[in-house]
Design a protein around this ligand. Structure first.
Ligand code: FES
Length: 112
């Protein structure tokens, strides 16, 4: 909180940390999610937190990775692709478009 500006609310505070959810449920595990999680954990910095999550609801398209608060999803992530996500998205601020999972976007649009 800005002590010099008591009017600043908590919703105006910048988000300093990204959260990387790597599905560790059955289907994603069969598709190599343990190695993907280990890859993110090995590259972890204070810029992001890595979490082995339960099912992200996109079974069969994994290993699935969801990054918040950006709400960017990556699918079929291979361990050798983790470095690109870390360097370009988590540290560089630009999602890796070629790896993004677009099905989620279309599903959300259908619900609106
Ligand atoms: S098992 Fe990974 S999304 Fe469902």
């Amino acid at each position: 909180m800005d002590v010099d500006n008591p009017e600043l609310s908590s919703t105006e505070l910048p988000v300093l940390t990204k959260y990387v959810f790597v599905c560790q449920n059955r289907t994603c595990l069969k598709q190599g999610a343990i190695a993907v999680l280990a890859g993110f954990e090995a590259k972890a910095t204070s810029a992001f937190v890595v979490i082995g999550s339960g099912c992200l609801g996109q079974c069969g398209n994994g290993p699935m990775v969801r990054i918040l608060p950006d709400d960017v999803w990556y699918w079929r992530v291979r361990p050798e692709e983790v470095l690109a996500v870390v360097e370009r998205h988590l540290l560089g601020g630009k999602p890796v478009e070629a790896m993004r999972y677009s099905q989620v976007c279309s599903m959300v649009r259908q619900l609106e």
